[in-house]
Design a protein around this ligand. Structure first.
Ligand code: IPM
Ligand code: MG
Length: 355
């Protein structure tokens, strides 16, 4: 197969983790006889420096024309001034909205060799394998907003949902649950928020179309607790934009490190965008010590969801598992007795393990 992939490294460690992901995809292309081409684009802080905007038109066009997009990370202290006119993060938000990618899949899978790397006790973690489906183009991220510094000391953000926005992401969650263990946990704050009460009604309605899937509703504060108390009970979690942002950072620690979590932004009419859920980590950028596994596993998700190459995606996932099994670790997941490697070496180790 022939496919065009847009690569957007962004800021901080974005470029170094993306390099490793591209290396692995090139290895897959060679092994399986595919032709993948890569085109770089600017996004985030580096795009602001070069063009004045976080998502230049040229980048958006490259993404529209690509079969799939691989993204690194954006942001950093240089662009963190709360009074700044443009922010690197706007690049992500605009890209999500422009491409209509409303469903964010964030699989949280514990690789057994990393049981000792998580801050939680191993007996709580065994069997953790869940996916968070985070709504990505609505809610408080996109509702009406007022900045205080422009308007006399009152600021607000608004959480807005239409029934249709809830319905389409609920379908993604139920469809996914059918292929997994058949359970959806819908997370909201229906005891307080009107948008959550709509969310709960619509999700219950959609559930009727999936009699083989069990639905439970959970309040977001309780979900934050149960993620630590009984994480293996979750299968698919579906939730609104900001709740999903927060819960996935929390859930990442079940796997040992946020450097392990890949993600996919999906919608209709575009192949999707794939990115590690970690940020640009300016504190370690340029040192070559970042964990490229989340970016590499995001590449696997691109093969699976944009290109329909399931066997190839699994080959990457197995290679990551093999590297961990053999004890290779970047500093974020390092424990006594493991083999400490940097980003590039980890990429090489994984590349060599692709059958
Ligand atoms: C994420 C990030 C982004 C988000 C930021 C950088 C805008 O935290 O993808 O989880 O909040 O969506
Ligand atoms: Mg986040």
């Amino acid at each position: 197969m022939e496919a065009r992939i847009a690569t957007l490294p962004g800021d901080g460690i974005g470029a170094e983790v993306l390099d490793e992901s591209v290396k692995i995809l090139q290895g897959i292309a060679k092994t399986y006889g595919h032709t993948l081409s890569f085109e770089d684009g600017l996004i985030g802080g580096c795009a602001i420096d070069a063009t004045g905007t976080a998502l230049p038109e040229h980048t958006l066009e490259a993404c529209r024309g690509a079969d799939g997009v691989l993204l690194g990370a954006v942001g950093g202290p240089r662009w963190a001034d709360p009074l700044a006119e443009v922010r690197p993060e706007e690049g992500l938000l605009e890209l999500r909205q422009a491409l209509g990618l409303y469903a964010n899949l964030r699989p949280v899978r514990l690789y057994e060799p990393l049981l000792d790397a998580s801050p939680l006790r191993p007996e709580r973690l065994s069997g953790v394998d869940l996916v968070v489906v985070r709504e990505l183009t609505g809610g408080i991220y996109f509702g009406p907003r007022q900045e205080a510094h422009k308007n006399g000391g009152t600021a607000f953000d608004t959480m807005v949902y239409t029934a249709e926005e809830v319905r389409r992401v609920a379908h993604v969650a139920f469809g996914l649950a059918q292929k997994r263990r058949g359970k959806v946990t819908s997370v909201d704050k229906a005891n307080v928020l009107a948008s959550s009460r709509l969310w709960r009604c619509v999700v219950s309605e959609v559930a009727e179309e999936y009699p083989d899937v069990e639905l439970e509703h959970m309040l977001v504060d309780a979900a934050a607790m149960h993620l630590l108390r009984k994480p293996a009970d979750f299968d698919v979690i579906v939730t609104e934009n900001m709740f999903g942002d927060i819960l996935t950072d929390e859930a990442s620690m079940l796997t040992g490190s946020i450097g392990m979590l890949p993600s996919a932004w999906l919608g209709e009419g575009h192949g999707g965008v794939f990115e590690p859920i970690h940020g640009s980590a300016p504190d370690i950028a340029g040192q070559g010590v970042s964990n490229p596994m989340a970016a590499i596993l995001s590449g696997a998700m691109l093969l699976r969801y944009s290109l329909g190459l399931e066997a190839e995606a699994q080959a990457i996932e197995r290679a990551v598992e093999a590297a961990l099994d053999e004890g290779y670790r970047t500093p974020d997941i390092h424990v006594d007795g493991s083999v400490l490697v940097g980003s590039e070496e980890m990429g090489d180790v994984i590349a060599e393990r692709i059958e």
